[in-house]
Design a protein around this ligand. Structure first.
Ligand code: PEP
Length: 258
């Protein structure tokens, strides 16, 4: 059974460990006046230290803010962590969860992510859940098993009625920060596979979930990637540090609602 569904594109800027508060201000000075309420949902994900400023400055504009991680407990002896209520207090709209850099360098696990996704949703935050295979896994033909393992485990605690509040970002690790973009076909194929996984949980919800591509998205490849039927936007790292470049990627997504 087919469901006609329109998904609003989402373009998210993952600043990683870049931009001080004053640099974030400089970016917003240039970027915010260019943004209008029509078109894609635009989300900026700064460091924790710049998050309060970015959330405050984005309030009342069409641009939203998100953290790059959070813990699933609300408070307690968890040195170095921040919680969902703390993000809410800042007026933050969402949170990236499971970025491959967190999985690779900081020991992020699927069981922890399942709890983080659930907590983000119960707090009313939009989780941007990142999944993706390494080059070695792709070359061994394991892409689909890696993706299904991550998607099914990380969404295991999400009630089906809440699935469409999750944004998934397919980010092949070999394409992140390398300048090597997945081909349009590779990105569409993997994202279509992820949507099919969601169909096995609920066909109608699967049509509503936004699935982004991430990995060396640039102004000159964004439009083609986002013209694919299953690709609903982009999670952008390096190219999102420059307001004009990021603005060009946002513009490239206009009219790509699938
Ligand atoms: C990312 O960090 O999520 C990312 C996709 O980075 P880049 O665009 O630099 O490859």
């Amino acid at each position: 059974m087919m469901f006609a569904m329109s998904r609003r594109p989402c373009i998210a800027a993952n600043w990683k460990m870049n931009k001080s508060i004053s640099e974030a201000d400089d970016f917003l000075d240039e970027f915010l006046p260019t943004q209008s309420a029509e078109g894609p949902e635009v989300v900026i994900c700064p460091t924790y230290l710049a998050l309060a400023r970015v959330a405050e400055r984005c309030a009342g504009t069409p641009v939203r803010s998100a953290a790059q991680n959070m813990y699933f407990e609300d408070s307690g002896a968890f040195t170095g962590e921040v919680s969902a209520p703390m993000l809410l207090e800042l007026g933050v709209d969402g949170v990236i969860l499971g970025h491959s850099e967190r999985r690779q360098y900081f020991g992020e696990t699927d069981p922890a992510l399942a709890r983080k996704v659930r907590r983000a949703l119960s707090a009313g935050l939009m989780p941007i859940l990142c999944v993706g295979e390494s080059l070695e896994q792709r070359e061994c033909g394991d892409t689909e098993s890696v993706l299904s393992g991550q998607v099914l485990a990380d969404l295991a605690e999400v009630h089906t009625d809440d699935l469409d509040r999750v944004v998934i970002a397919y980010e092949p690790i070999w394409a992140i920060g390398t300048g090597v973009t997945a081909t349009t076909d590779q990105a569409q194929e993997a994202i279509h596979f992820i949507r099919n996984l969601l169909r096995s949980r609920d066909p109608e919800m699967a049509e509503r979930v936004r699935i982004l591509y991430g990995g060396s998205v640039k102004p000159d490849n964004a439009a083609e990637l986002m013209s694919q039927p299953d690709i609903d936007g982009a999670l952008v790292g390096g190219a999102a540090l420059d307001p004009a470049g990021f603005g060009a990627i946002v513009d490239a997504s206009r009219g790509s609602g699938s």
